[in-house]
Design a protein around this ligand. Structure first.
Ligand SMILES: [Zn+2]
Length: 149
């Protein structure tokens, strides 16, 4: 890094990191005493449309929903069937939240489309590629990063 960094730059970066980790606006506001409007403004600093883009894993489903963080992922418990629902926020930044069916180390046999998943929530890889019909985003999820085709 070169140049000067202002105090505002620093806390906006910190708040964006906290949002990306899945903390809610209220939690951040309570913890560091920043107005919720200012935290919402920091949300704009989160990356959109970058490629590759980190597929941030969330443990909490509601936090994943609330984050709106492009590329963020949440996997349901695969259970004994070793099949999981993967919810993800579109990597393009359009805000769409989609659900696809993925199988641990196998491609589930089902009527609709399904994907083979490496079983990792932190560094997930899917096969084949993912195509978003509404916004047109098309790319791969590999080792925890979305890569546009
Ligand atoms: Zn999109």
């Amino acid at each position: 890094m070169t140049g000067t960094v202002s105090r505002d730059d620093v806390w906006r970066h910190v708040v964006a990191e906290l949002l990306a980790k899945g903390f809610t606006v209220t939690e951040i506001s309570d913890a560091i005493g920043i107005h919720s409007e200012a935290i919402e403004a920091a949300r704009q600093d989160l990356p959109t449309g970058a490629s590759p883009l980190r597929a941030l894993p969330y443990v909490d489903r509601a936090a994943h929903r609330a984050s709106g963080q492009p590329g963020a992922v949440w996997f349901s418990d695969p259970g004994s069937s070793r099949v999981s629902a993967l919810w993800f926020v579109c990597p393009c930044g359009c805000g769409a939240v989609s659900r696809i069916t993925v199988g641990m180390e196998h491609k589930p046999h089902m009527a609709g489309p399904s994907w083979r998943w490496n079983g990792s929530t932190n560094e997930p890889t899917l096969h084949p590629s993912v195509h978003q019909r509404d916004c047109g985003w098309h790319g791969w999820l590999r080792d925890g990063y979305w890569e546009r085709c």
